[in-house]
Design a protein around this ligand. Structure first.
Ligand code: PBG
Length: 341
């Protein structure tokens, strides 16, 4: 028996860290923060234990809590005081994200990233304005429901809106904007808008490969952004497709995306790896609400060790090729990392 090669030699305690291939730092993590214009008090999010929607007046305090753990970046989501078909509160100068961004960037050193989307702001919960889409042959008198006009998101009208939202966030002081609506051409439209208004230094992190995933469930409670009818299949990606992700990413790169995001993270690590290999840009992965909720639920039953599985999840996302990770575990994990400053 030839045992010249004994990998176990390098698994001994004193050498493990020396040969470890992946490390996780608090500065790799981005903490999502929910700011809610409809409340004066913090409201716990039931399906996301430990997370709350915070009132605008508490946004700075909330971000300071994040900074204390060593995490330096936050992703802001807003719950507006009112919704309408066009989502007009999404680009209002006194809108919830604009107001929170202004205060956070004035009063803290946090790197502020804003979610640029419409689903929290439209009364129908879709990620843009709606148009009628005629399916089948519009001229037939068929009774077939497949030939009835149905509503879908109007891509090109929505692009104009996304441009306005991104500019309004930058005006309020956002350091980076993150369009998540999966409209064709969204990165180009936003880049053009930002450059036109003098924000050519503001990078765009594109939710480039965002899948139509059932793992967003808890977030939709948290941000009150579930679609009132139908689903998001018309614009978010089919979980069956991997090559399409590369095509989506290539388009975003051509339009000027600075950071490329894959979402969700754990069920899509192959996509993270593919994009890492194909492109030079920083790759972000969004460890979404459902990924967080399921570990918490299992831990509550005593079936998993929460701290251990959270850390292992984030390490695996990095190992697959992500440079940065958006995660609801950001604070908990950062606090326990040895590299913490
Ligand atoms: C939409 C948006 C969603 C998430 C982030 N931005 C929800 C969706 O597309 O339905 C999900 C994040 C999560 O589940 O943690 N603007």
């Amino acid at each position: 028996m030839d045992l010249t090669h004994r990998p176990r030699r390098l698994r001994q305690d004193r050498v493990r860290d020396l040969v470890s291939e992946t490390s996780l730092e608090p500065t790799d993590l981005i903490a999502p923060v929910f700011v809610d214009a409809t409340t004066d008090v913090r409201r716990p999010i039931e399906s996301m234990p430990g997370h709350e929607r915070v009132p605008i007046d508490d946004a700075v305090a909330r971000v300071e809590e994040v900074l204390e753990t060593g995490v330096e970046a936050v992703m802001l989501f807003g719950i507006p005081e009112s919704k309408d078909p066009e989502g007009t509160r999404a680009w209002a100068d006194d809108g919830v994200v604009q107001e929170a961004t202004r205060r956070i960037s004035d009063e803290t050193d946090a790197y502020v990233i804003t979610d640029v989307c419409l689903c929290e702001y439209t009364d129908h919960g879709h990620c843009g304005s709606l148009e009628e889409e005629l399916r089948g042959d519009a001229d037939t008198d068929s009774d077939d429901p497949a030939c009835e006009p149905t509503l879908t998101v109007d891509n090109d009208t929505t692009l104009e809106t996304l441009d306005r939202i991104a500019v309004s966030h930058a005006e309020a002081g956002a350091d980076m904007v993150a369009p998540s609506g999966m409209m064709d051409g969204m990165v180009g439209a936003i880049r053009e808008g930002l450059d036109r208004e003098g924000f050519d230094h503001v990078p765009i992190m594109s939710y480039a490969a965002k899948y139509e995933s059932a793992f967003y469930g808890p977030f939709r409670d948290a941000a009150d952004g579930a679609p009132a009818f139908g689903n998001r299949r018309h614009y978010q990606m089919d979980p069956a497709n991997a090559r399409e992700a590369l095509r989506e990413v290539r388009l975003d790169v051509e339009q000027g995306a600075d950071v490329l995001m894959v979402k969700p993270a754990l069920p899509y690590l192959d996509i993270v790896r593919d994009i890492r290999r194909e492109f030079d840009h920083p790759v972000a992965a969004y460890n979404v609400s459902g990924e967080y909720a399921m570990l918490h639920a299992a831990a509550e039953k005593g079936w998993l060790d929460l701290e251990a599985v959270a850390l292992e999840s984030l390490l695996s996302i990095k190992r697959a090729g992500a440079d940065l990770i958006l995660t609801y575990f950001a604070e908990d994990v950062a606090e326990r990392l040895p590299t913490r400053a």
